[in-house]
Design a protein around this ligand. Structure first.
Ligand code: ACO
Length: 332
C-alpha cells in the first residue's frame, strides 16, 4: 500500500534590507516604470553583512518545523535546494541541521535552480514512500543578490533573496496531500541561464580565471520557453493527480515575471483571485518563491485553507517541477 504523505508545516524568511526600483536607478540606466511594466516587480529583499542564505534558511526551517509540531530530532532527512551558497561544502543542509539540532537527519543539497523546492518535494516524497525517511525537511534558500552583476540591468533588477521551508511526514489519517509530482529537465537549453562557479585554477597548467562569476540569462528565450512549454507540463501533472483543472482551488507559480503568471492564468483558465502572486514585493527569489508566495497568501487571507493547489516552478537547467497538493489548515 502506498504511504500517504502529509504536508505538515511551511515557513519563509527574507532579509531585512529592501531595495526599491527607484534605488536601482542610482546605479543602472533603468526606471521604476520599465521594471514594473515588464516584470511586475517593485522591490526586493537582499542580504547584507555577514548574513547568508543559510541564516535565512535556518529561520524559515524553524518556522516550518514549529508549525509541523514535529520534534526536530524526529526529522530524518534534510534536503536543501540552494544555488547560490557561501561555499560548496559543508552543504547548506548540513549547516541547517547543525543549527536546528536535527541530529538524526541525513543531509544533502540539490541544484535545480528555481525548480528546487518542487524537485525537493519529489525527492522527499520518494524517500517517504520507499520508507527511507519518515519526516523530511526541505529548505529552499538562495542569495542570488551575491551572484548578480549589478551593472547588468537585464538581470540585476529581476532577483531578490529569500528562503522557504516545508516539512513532510507520514499521514495518520490516510489522506495523501501530494496528489502528483512531475519533474522535467531540458539540459540542451542549459545555456539560457548560467552561473559559473570555479574556473581555471592550477598555475602549472593554465592561467587563473579572473572573470567574475555572475548570473547570465537570455530573458527572451526563457520567457518564450516558459509560456510555450509550462502550461502543457502543468496539464500533464494535473491529469496524473486525479483532479480536473477546474477542481483545483489555487495556482501558486514560481514568481519570475508577472506577465508569465498572467499568461498561465489565462491559458489554464484560472480566475485572478485564485492565482497567487507577490512578485511585486520580493522579485524572483529562486527556489524560495513558491513557499514565500504561499505563506503570505494564507496570512493575508487571499488563500483559504484547507484547499487544493498547483505549485509549479521553472528555472535554470532548464528545469520544471509541478506538484498538485492538498494544503490543510494550520500548516502556515
Ligand atoms: N531597464 C531598462 N531597460 C532595460 C532593462 C532595464 N532593467 N533591461 C533591459 N532593458 C532594455 C533592453 O536593453 C532592450 O533595449 P533595446 O530595445 O534598446 O535593445 C529593451 O529594454 C527590451 O529588452 P527585452 O530583453 O526585449 O525586454 P523583455 O520585454 O523581453 O523583458 C525580461 C526582459 C523581463 C527579462 C523578460 O524577458 C523575462 O522576464 N524573461 C523571463 C525571465 C525568467 O522567467 N527567469 C526565470 C528563471 S530565473 C532562474 O532560474 C535563476
Amino acid at each position: 500500500m502506498s504511504i500517504p504523505i502529509r504536508i505538515a508545516g511551511i515557513g519563509f524568511e527574507v532579509p531585512e534590507t529592501v531595495i526599491t526600483n527607484d534605488d536601482l536607478t542610482k546605479i543602472i540606466d533603468t526606471s521604476d516604470e520599465w521594471i514594473k511594466t515588464r516584470t511586475g516587480i517593485e522591490r526586493r529583499h537582499v542580504l547584507s553583512g555577514n548574513e547568508s542564505a543559510v541564516d535565512i534558511g535556518i529561520r524559515a526551517a524553524e518556522k516550518a518545523i514549529k508549525k509541523s509540531k514535529i520534534d526536530v530530532k524526529e526529522i530524518d532527512l534534510i534536503i536543501a535546494a540552494a544555488s547560490v551558497e557561501a561555499h560548496a561544502y559543508p552543504s547548506t543542509a548540513c549547516e541547517v541541521q547543525a543549527a536546528i539540532g536535527a541530529v538524526n537527519a541525513a543531509c544533502f543539497d540539490i541544484t535545480a535552480a528555481c525548480s528546487g523546492l518542487i524537485y525537493g518535494l519529489g525527492i522527499a516524497r520518494a524517500f517517504i514512500k520507499s520508507q527511507f525517511a519518515k519526516n523530511v525537511l526541505i529548505v529552499a534558500t538562495d542569495a542570488i543578490s551575491r551572484s548578480l552583476d549589478w551593472t547588468d540591468r537585464t538581470t540585476c533588477v529581476l532577483f531578490g533573496d529569500g528562503a522557504g521551508a516545508m516539512v513532510l511526514t507520514i499521514s495518520d489519517d490516510e489522506q495523501d496531500d501530494i496528489l502528483a509530482v512531475d519533474l522535467k529537465a531540458e539540459g540542451h537549453l542549459g545555456h539560457f541561464i548560467t552561473m559559473p562557479i570555479a574556473g581555471k585554477n592550477c598555475p602549472l597548467v593554465e592561467p587563473n580565471d579572473e572573470e567574475k562569476m555572475f548570473v547570465k540569462m537570455d530573458g527572451k528565450e526563457v520567457y518564450k520557453y516558459v509560456v510555450t512549454k509550462l502550461p502543457g507540463y502543468i496539464e500533464e501533472c494535473v491529469s496524473k493527480s486525479g483532479l480536473k483543472m477546474n477542481e483545483i482551488d489555487y495556482l501558486v507559480p514560481h514568481q519570475a515575471n508577472m506577465r508569465i503568471i498572467e499568461a498561465l492564468e489565462k491559458r489554464l483558465e484560472f480566475s485572478p483571485e485564485n492565482v497567487i502572486s507577490n512578485i511585486k514585493d520580493y522579485a524572483n527569489t529562486s527556489a524560495a518563491s513558491i513557499p514565500i508566495a504561499l505563506v503570505e497568501a494564507v496570512e493575508s487571507g487571499k488563500m483559504k485553507l484547507p484547499c487544493s493547489a498547483i505549485l509549479t516552478g521553472f528555472g535554470a537547467g532548464m528545469t520544471v517541477g509541478t506538484a498538485v497538493v492538498k494544503l490543510r489548515e494550520g500548516i502556515v
